[in-house]
Design a protein around this ligand. Structure first.
Ligand SMILES: [Zn+2]
Length: 193
């Protein structure tokens, strides 16, 4: 049995405060690696976030090895394998908190806002997934910056909704799925509570 979602959320919030105040406390020692291997992993939260190299959840939440189960894709969108990974964490590792963390100035969302029609391959699939969020934002936003920020928010909410309607996760008790947004300028994470 893992820790409750509310406690997991408090830990993430406290870790992010430590991060923005430059109070890093996590170091990696070889004995910890081996010890963790013996004990097995018991991450207290699952975080789905963007692959953007400025957005590593372990650093942002001041967490060490074995603490966060992480899934990262460009634009924090999820498809079969990613959703399967979330199911694994929720069902087998019993993480009660699932956070979908997008971020300010997301390049994937930016691409979907600009010239995505020419994007092919699998990247085109990512653009396609972000498109509804972009369409909504275009109707609501006034400036380019506002449209981009709204598109990022809607895209986070979209992934949250995909996970909330997942048959496996729906059946699990006391699981909380929450959106969040990382400010790439200040380092602060705002949770969509
Ligand atoms: Zn991004």
């Amino acid at each position: 049995m893992n820790i409750p979602a509310s406690e997991a959320l408090s830990r993430l919030k406290a870790g992010n405060l430590e991060y923005i105040h430059e109070h890093y406390s996590k170091e990696v020692h070889l004995k910890d690696i081996a010890e963790l291997d013996d004990k097995g992993q018991h991450p207290f939260a699952t975080v789905i976030t963007c692959s953007d190299s400025r957005v590593p959840p372990e650093l942002i939440f001041n967490c060490g090895l074995g603490e966060i189960f992480t899934i990262r894709t460009a634009g924090n969108v999820v498809s079969d394998f990613d959703i399967g990974s979330v199911e694994y964490a929720a069902e087998h590792l019993e993480t009660k908190l699932i956070v979908v963390m997008g971020h300010l100035h997301c390049g994937a969302v930016g691409s979907a806002l600009s010239e995505h029609s020419g994007v092919g391959g699998h990247l085109g699939n990512i653009m396609h997934e972000i498109e509804p969020a972009v369409d909504m934002a275009r109707h609501e936003g006034h400036s380019d910056a506002e449209v981009a920020a709204l598109a990022e928010n809607h895209n986070i909410e979209h992934t949250v909704n995909v996970l909330k309607t997942n048959d496996v996760i729906k059946e699990l008790k006391d699981v909380v799925i929450l959106g969040a947004k990382y400010n790439t300028h200040t380092g602060k994470v705002d949770f969509f509570e």
